[in-house]
Design a protein around this ligand. Structure first.
Ligand SMILES: NC(=O)c1ccc[n+]([C@@H]2O[C@H](COP(=O)([O-])OP(=O)(O)OC[C@H]3O[C@@H](n4cnc5c(N)ncnc54)[C@H](OP(=O)(O)O)[C@@H]3O)[C@@H](O)[C@H]2O)c1
Length: 305
């Protein structure tokens, strides 16, 4: 595993993290504690020390699984979670960015994660007017001063949101989380240069384009009704899968698993600190962790090929 500084936070995180939206039950199936334990044990064994969760991956459900799995080993992990929503049921949330609401969400996250501090608390896909909610950032800075939060970050949406990126240092945030992968390169134009100017850490989320960049799905693929790829992502799905097939043939070297190549492709971008692929099994964790050792160079081709 390789490790990089997350901007100016002083946190040294593994370049491959674990995304844990999956544990909330919106990716085709529910998870058990035993499964989550095995996924995070595999991650730890691969040298992964960083994971990303959120208040609304289930109603703090992903956080509860993580809290139980990491009991007794809190010091070995750097935990990122988020605020901004109340989860009702799969694919239905209410946005809540009021100062009192986010402090309550933070306290619920701390309880679920069985910890007294969050390493990185991120604003979760707020609209710009929600991001500007009066008193929001002041309230968060107060929680930080109490020691409940070590660092603040912003998970931006859409991935061109340069307004929130530019405002990061002003509001006290030190990292940006953004969709970035071989199919979605928009942050390269303005978001990454802004991160570079402010020395912000950058977490590339959805680095496998929701699993499509594993190469295992073909145009026409369908998913279970309780899979976000069926519930929210039907639009453009076949177009993306057609483009993945083209990339697989034109860019991925023979013998290199496409998922591993896709993660290494993100990490070759100097602005990116780490990728946080969502994982559903220990095998996926190990496969993804192996991307840390794959150097594909600036043009996307392996150095050794
Ligand atoms: N607004 C936000 O802040 C926001 C939004 C989205 C995501 N996130 C965070 O970013 C993380 C990553 O994004 P994501 O999970 O949406 O998408 P992703 O990482 O691009 O794709 C994850 C999916 O890819 C498949 N996969 C993973 N490793 C694989 C491997 N080695 N080989 C083959 N298939 C593999 C798995 O699904 P299958 O096996 O079922 O194909 C997995 O569920 C999330 O878990 C979450 O923590 C944050």
């Amino acid at each position: 595993m390789h490790y990089r500084n997350l901007g100016r936070t002083g946190l040294k995180i593994s370049v491959i993290g674990v995304g844990t939206w999956q544990f909330g039950g919106e990716w085709g199936r529910d998870f058990s504690q035993t499964e989550v334990d095995a996924i995070l044990a595999a991650a730890r064994d691969c040298g992964i020390n960083f994971l990303d969760t959120a208040e609304c991956y289930g109603d703090h459900l992903s956080e509860r699984f993580i809290g139980a799995a990491l009991a007794g080993q809190r010091d070995r992990w750097i935990i990122a979670t988020k605020f901004g929503h109340h989860f009702h049921e799969s694919f239905r949330r209410t946005d809540l960015f009021g100062p009192a609401d986010v402090v309550k969400q933070l306290d619920d996250s701390l309880r679920a994660l069985r910890t007294d501090y969050i390493d990185l608390l991120q604003c979760h896909s707020a609209k710009d007017e929600q991001f500007r909610t009066e008193g929001l950032w002041e309230a968060l800075l107060k929680e930080k001063a109490k020691g409940k939060v070590r660092h603040l970050g912003i998970s931006i949406s859409p991935n061109t949101n340069v307004y929130q990126t530019d405002r990061a240092s002003f509001v006290g945030a030190e990292s940006i989380q953004v969709v970035y992968n071989r199919l979605q390169r928009e942050p390269e134009e303005k978001v990454f240069p802004s991160c570079h100017r402010q020395n912000l850490g950058v977490l590339a989320r959805v680095p496998l384009a929701s699993g499509f960049l594993s190469g295992k799905y073909k145009p026409g693929a369908t998913f279970a009704p309780n899979d976000v790829r069926e519930a929210w992502m039907k639009k453009d799905r076949d177009a993306k899968l057609t483009e993945v097939a083209r990339i697989a043939a034109a860019e991925v070297p023979a013998g290199v698993p496409m998922a591993r190549w896709a993660l290494a492709w993100c990490l070759r971008q100097p602005a990116v600190t780490a990728v946080i692929p969502g994982c559903k099994s220990p095998e996926q964790v190990r496969d993804n962790a192996a991307a840390a050792g794959l150097d594909i160079g600036q043009n996307g081709h392996p150095q050794s090929a």
